[in-house]
Design a protein around this ligand. Sequence first.
Ligand code: GCB
Length: 590
Amino acid sequence: MTDATKDPFHHLHDEGYLAAYDGPRLEADTLVALADRPRSSLAGAWHFTLDLFDEGLRQKWFALEPVPPNAWTHPRDYDPYAGQTLEVPSNWSMHKPEWLHFEGGGWYTRIIDHVPDPQRPVTVLRVGAANYQSRIFLNGRFMGTHLGASTPFCVDLSAGLQPGPNRLQIQVDNRRELERVPMRHFDWFNHGGIYREVDLLRLPAVHIRSAQADWTPSWGLRVRIRLSEAVDTLAHCHIEALGVHLEIPVRGGEGQASVACSPRLWSPEDPHLYAVRFECGGDQLNERIGLRHIAVSGTQILLNGQPLFLRGICVHEDDLLLGKVSTEADVRRRFDDARAMGCNFLRLSHYPHHEHVARIADEVGMLLWEEIPVYWAIDFANPRTLADAKNQLYELILRDANRASVIFWGVGNENEDSDARLGFMRALAQAARAWDPSRLISAACLINREHFRIEDRLAQHLDVIGINEYFGWYEPGFEGLQRLLNNSNPDRPVLITETGADAQAGHHGREDELFTEECQARILSEQVRISAAKPYICGIAPWLLYDFRSERRHTLFNGGFNRKGVIAEDKRTRKLGFHALAESYSRCRT
Ligand code: GCB
């Protein structure tokens, strides 16, 4: 063994270097609600390098001080204060052709200036999303690590900040690994880097971590609040338009209160939002919140007591130029395109999308399914994997708990039945219900092939059974679909969470010719016609709005893209499937 303190080459022989950076974990409990809080954006150029061999962690690049001009120093393999920069937020895959497929570490460095404020002594760094593991360093000190590619995380920097310049470094690693959620095999592109907003929040010593308001006919308005400290105090919630001024007793940092009221209920037809103010001590949050009630009765979904049929479409976050970065214009285009087909529902697959998606959906009146990437094979027997999945779910729920548009939490997609999978997914469904009893829990399940029925051991833990089926595409003809639906007798609503067909835009031919627009259009029409006729089917969300990059798809027609979009990857070229779906939806029950 070499002594690390004496031997500058110690790191060459140390394969245990990662262990020091596995914790503390930055988890949902440390998240701070963003709402309308004042924030300083750290968007812009950060010093950056890719780091395939983890040299930064091995050599401790975070310990490197800037070298004064003309001073001598040991030669370095990387200088975090000079050279190349990268924009935050962005995906490194989109910056240089040779970075497109890079999977490994990336180092971001930025100097931040700190001016102490006695009124707001807490400084929190909030990262909107970075794929997949992030490790945060402040002035050379390791502050913690976050797992998960698509949910936000926070780290309290206060203890390490000095007045004046401070060195903030984030190492982000997008390697696909066995323990991860998703694991190693998925049908979308593994864009790396910090691809959502990074902000600094200045907060009072005791501040609001989360504040949620929802409404049910039995409770009335219910408000839940959680503070940063386990104190006993009073919090308040004001909705002027409803004359609500609710006092919330807080014990040990948590409080809940409710009051009867009759709000104008939010719905896709009338997406009414109330201005809501939460206050506690010196902290306050303003939100615009829709109040509505979603429930299941027998095989129906009821929105505000009325039966609901979901005319949906699935969508990925992928952009030809921006990768997984979603601008507001891009999100609004998604809703406009979906609306043009007569949709009232989007499935945001297969991971949490940007947080402004649900905000805009609240505003424009679109219902949403949000999910975590418990996708295909997962290391279901591994407790660390379950902890990661649960944490991603909790982060998503905390982030979007005030969004009326979100009616589903999806806890998985096409996971093969096994005892380990059942235990894992049941735990997720139960956790989601405990954290948020105001929404429906579902999962996109596979067909039970043995009995050829809609049947899943997980179903009893779900409010709505999601089914992915590709009759007409991966299986010829529609007789199978008819047989499946006739053979099933579910005791709760079923949502077709995926169905569809690849079509290359501009490729025309017969309806039974694979990859033609005609073939895709026919499959979508038949799917809607057959499934919507079954009373227990509460909606359908075909796969999907736009073509997207996929490293699994290499036919001449695919060319590196999944082409089941009803619109091509340019997000402009509408295929015949788009019009077929619009036509089918115009004939659906509402
Ligand atoms: C599925 C998956 C989805 C794929 C799709 C396909 O069932 O859930 O992620 O992209 O099929 O195109 O095969």
